[in-house]
Design a protein. Sequence first.
Length: 228
Amino acid sequence: MATIREYFDSDFNSAARLHVRLLGTDELGVEAVILYDFSAYAAFLACYLPGPDHNLPFFEGLIKGLEYGNTSVRFDGRITLPSARAFPGQPRIERGEGLKTGVKFFGDPEWVSTERIQMTRRVFIYTESQLLDGEISQLKATAEASGHELQFRSTRHAQERSKHEKPLAFISHDSRDKEVIAKKIALNLQKLMCPVWYDEFSLKVGDRLLDSIERGLKDCRKCVIVLS
């Protein structure tokens, strides 16, 4: 199962990411990116907050502190270009007074710069902390009152989402290779957003091993065989 951090890193992979720091949040470990969707000519903010102990007042304070045109952000020197598989064009980074990102869609002679992309009021929060449904609704109402359109994605979001993601690869291994080889392969493939069938991840209490293996083989498009 992918973690909420892995979803933060991999969602919106057709957009360019400008990695920034929200001033005043360094001690909280908040990571933020401004995502530039060149296809939609829109930009929006996404934040990741580690730790399981943040509560509703904390998130409300974070949202109220975001003011369009007034909130200070610090560029941390990193730009992630759109995924070549997901983006129908050619991206580039221009160096001048600062770093600028531009793209050119296949078949279009003009380059589009991030300076032409309008910032929207869409905000995504990815967090390891969980709120109750009523608290999420209250947080979204607080965000709306502050002029934001909020999407809250927590560990529950990751758990529910993973239930609907079919594994792409079945990992077959000898029990003696489990910890040293197979598990490392499974974990790293998961980090690359390649869902896998691996017994430790896929077997649930009450499952019959042979039935589960048969389902995994039928569902997966690839098979990774570990031989040592």
